[in-house]
Design a protein around this ligand. Structure first.
Ligand code: BTN
Length: 319
């Protein structure tokens, strides 16, 4: 695509002028076409100056999670190769569902803002403009539908690893899929699936990370936070997005090749739930007890006061 190639050239020469003539020669298009695309880029927030004799100079890029901005940090083979970016959308998970059957495995949908972001258990997910990572990943794994729960855990460890890699802070996982920093939630994961009895059509992993958000509604203040509020520094959303995808592809491949056993020790090491007295609202009803471990299937093992051990596949945990 011309736009992408033009942007690459401007980025390679960032801070230096590159003449319209040179651009038009290298891209094999007219100078008018270059000028048109430059104007489009400027409208999107790229700060580009034009000088009659010297040409164009890229001064800064916008804080957007477009493919052009995220891909320089991406090292995946298939995840995010098909990548859609929206400025506003109701919910990336909703959109992912609409297109899932017609797009390749590993498709990523990212929005700057969601007007009807969804959380687990029918809750809503606040997704203000430009302050977080609101993304959905479409996967088409050849695993049994009951194993899809493990994909949520893969996503959770990928987010924890990415936060560690990019910001050098350790977050934890509240089983199965909330990411916790200083006892408050920075990220939530909503996994949805379309399947037949023994075959998955697709899984949508929706990840919402509160990155640079600096205000939460009163009722969430004690529970929700952002990386910015916890680390006191603005965070590079582009690097974090790419790192989540890089980690997710790595752990996903490892999981498909070696099974959940490979992932399990990391889930246990990063768990904030294990060792605690908890209450879980699960399909089986309300269960109280001590979270003991995560078993080979990814279920949480809870020991009740009667000494009975129960394996819970999914549920809402409170401490
Ligand atoms: C939760 O903790 O309840 C899950 C929150 C999941 C939020 C993300 S943001 C991107 C994707 N689109 C949605 O509508 N929800 C998920």
């Amino acid at each position: 695509m011309l736009r992408q190639r033009l942007l690459r050239l401007l980025k390679e020469n960032k801070g230096e002028y590159i003449s319209g003539q040179k651009l038009s020669e290298q891209l094999n298009v007219s100078r008018t076409a270059i000028w048109k695309h430059i104007n489009e880029l400027k409208n999107e927030g790229y700060q580009i100056e034009a000088h009659r004799k010297m040409g164009y100079i890229l001064l800064s890029e916008p804080d957007l999670l477009t493919y052009e901005e995220v891909s320089p940090y991406l090292s995946t083979n298939f995840l995010g190769k098909y990548y859609m970016h929206k400025l506003v959308i109701d919910s990336t998970n909703n959109f992912a569902k609409e297109i899932a059957s017609n797009v390749p495995d590993g498709t990523v949908i990212i929005a700057e803002e969601q007007t009807a972001g969804r959380g687990r258990l029918g809750r809503s997910w606040i997704s203000q403009k430009g302050c977080g990572i609101w993304m959905s990943i479409i996967l088409k794994p050849n695993i049994q539908p009951k194993e899809a729960i493990n994909l949520t855990q893969l996503a959770a460890i990928s987010v924890v690893k990415a936060i560690e890699e990019v910001f050098h802070v350790e977050s934890k996982i509240k089983w199965p899929n909330d990411i916790i920093l200083n006892n408050k939630k920075v990220c939530g994961i909503l996994t949805e699936m379309s399947s037949e009895i023994d075959k998955i059509n697709y899984v949508i992993i929706g990840i919402g990370v509160n990155v640079n958000c600096d205000n939460f509604p009163e009722e969430l203040k004690g529970k929700a936070t952002s990386l910015y509020l916890e680390t006191n520094s603005k965070v590079d959303r582009k690097k974090l997005t790419a790192s989540i995808l890089n980690n997710l592809e790595f752990y996903y491949n490892a999981y498909l090749q070696k099974g959940f056993e490979y992932i399990r020790p990391i889930c246990i090491e990063k768990s904030i739930t294990i060792g605690r007295q908890i209450k879980v609202i699960a399909n089986e009803g309300e269960i109280e007890g001590k979270a003991v471990t995560i078993d080979n299937n990814g279920s949480l093992v809870v020991e009740t006061k009667e000494g009975k051990r129960l394996s819970i596949m999914s549920g809402d945990v409170s401490v």
